[in-house]
Design a binder for this molecule. Structure first.
Ligand SMILES: [Zn+2]
Length: 458
């Protein structure tokens, strides 16, 4: 088996940051430590570079049919962007089609990934038809390695809304099967009450998107979900959390011993609702919406103190033409922006370089925690011997400007255009293979494998 020795890098392992060598044998990390005398087929000098585990992004939307369009990232273009952004594992959402089984959500993604995926990929099935037959499938889906099922608490017109009695049954089903419920927490009743008032009053430009979904919309849904866990038990994960009250509620729930976790996403840590006031403000329409500066500060606090466990991209890239569906009515804009490539660089630059989070904490929130919580640890998310050799070589001192000119996404606009970045990815390995070497991508289409996941008992 081929061996590669990466020497003299500054390696992050748990809370330790130290100059170490790392040996790759085949697809795995074989050893870490002082290996300077170790023979290897190939030796790389990583002096002045950081050695980090490949990113794990558990929140991407590839081939997502949504709001009269489809996200532009498929399994080739999406994983190409991921790789250039240092991410070597992605977990994608798969909506249950009307009349289709829950199992078909996994099969669909196998079809989509076949011959295209460059990195390892997993699936979160999304329940849209909460029938008895669907619920009865939960144990099989968990056993098939996709034990994390998502439900939307809104988007009635998109056919995604799950009402509370059904949500309760799904949570109980997952509890019994060893799975975890993911929720998009926005209260549909409040949205359906507020939105028509804006439309009737002619308040339809992008900036009213945030006003139509104040923090109360999210907080009401978060409180309902946490209460459900109090009564039913089970495991709950709140995706893309954006409010300070949400961060507090999760802290309290965890204090009570409930199995509740929450993440936030890159864009909530960088942008505020001010972006929606721009002429091209439509680009920053996402749900939940961007909030104010004080709220953004509380998300960074939550990341530091552990109430928020990870940062994902919520990559939902729509073309500018599709985004403009919302030109005259914000509620017709496909919600979301690309982010699977920017996440790693932006989080390092805004987090570590600006001293908001430590380097070990960065590694936790970008790789280790998502791997742990979503059933991939210690195969992914760490540089421990025995793990898959998914490795990023990173120059912490490089400075550059992020934008469309150096993007590897196929989309025609960039949400982070002009953002000054400190730190740059030099090389990316996935399962021992060098796939990104500077600007070059060496990955073969279809090499990515299905991530069969199993949640640890807690
Ligand atoms: Zn999402």
């Amino acid at each position: 088996m081929k061996t590669t020795l990466i020497k003299n890098g500054t390696l992050v392992l748990g809370q330790t940051v130290a100059q170490q060598d790392l040996l790759i044998r085949g697809e795995k990390i074989a050893a870490v430590g002082d290996l300077s005398t170790m023979p290897a087929n190939e030796t790389i000098d990583a002096r002045d570079l950081l050695l980090l585990p490949g990113g794990v992004d558990t929140h991407v939307h590839f081939n997502d049919v949504f709001m009269n369009t489809i996200s532009v990232h498929d399994y080739y273009t999406g994983t190409l962007a991921a790789l250039h952004g240092g991410t070597t594992s992605v977990i994608d959402f798969s909506n249950q089609a009307p009349g289709a089984t829950l199992m078909s959500t996994i099969e669909t993604k196998h079809e989509e990934a076949k011959g295209l995926a460059l990195v390892d990929w997993g699936v979160h099935p999304v329940i849209t038809q909460p029938t008895g037959a669907t619920l009865a499938e939960i144990p099989a889906v968990v056993a098939a390695g996709s034990p994390t099922i998502k439900c939307y608490l809104t988007y009635r017109e998109e056919g995604l809304l799950i009402e509370e009695p059904d949500l309760r049954r799904i949570l109980a089903g997952l509890r019994d099967a060893g799975g975890m419920l993911l929720v998009h927490a926005e209260d549909n009743d409040l949205i359906e009450e507020k939105l028509p008032r804006f439309l009737d009053a002619g308040l339809t430009s992008a900036k009213y998107h945030t006003e139509s979904k104040p923090p109360q919309v999210e907080n009401t849904a978060i409180a309902r979900c946490i209460n459900m866990v109090r009564e039913v038990g089970g495991r709950l994960f709140i995706v893309h959390m954006t409010t300070s009250a949400g961060v507090s509620m999760v802290g309290v729930a965890r204090g009570e011993g409930l199995d509740v976790h929450a993440e936030t996403c890159t864009h909530y840590l960088v942008f505020t609702h001010e972006m929606l006031h721009r002429e091209d403000g439509l680009k920053w329409i996402c749900s939940p919406p961007l909030r104010d500066q004080a709220t953004q500060d509380s998300l960074w606090t939550g990341l530091r103190d552990g109430r928020l466990v990870q940062v994902t991209s919520d990559d939902a890239a729509y073309s500018w033409e599709a985004t403009k569906y919302g030109k005259d009515r914000f509620d017709l804009c496909p919600n979301g922006m690309g982010g699977v490539e920017p996440r790693f660089h932006v989080l390092y630059s805004e987090g570590v370089a600006k001293e908001r989070i430590s380097l070990p904490r960065f590694v936790e929130i970008i790789a280790t925690n998502p791997a742990r919580i979503f059933g991939l640890y210690p195969r992914k998310g760490t540089l421990l011997p025995g793990a898959d050799a998914d490795i990023v070589l990173f120059d912490p001192s490089a400075k550059w400007t992020m934008g469309q000119a150096n993007s590897h996404s196929c989309n025609d606009w960039h949400a982070y255009e002009g953002l000054e970045i400190t730190g740059k990815i030099c090389q990316v390995y996935s399962r021992g293979q060098l796939l990104i070497d500077g600007e070059e991508c060496l990955a073969q289409k279809g090499r990515g494998r299905y991530l069969h996941r199993h949640l640890p008992r807690q």
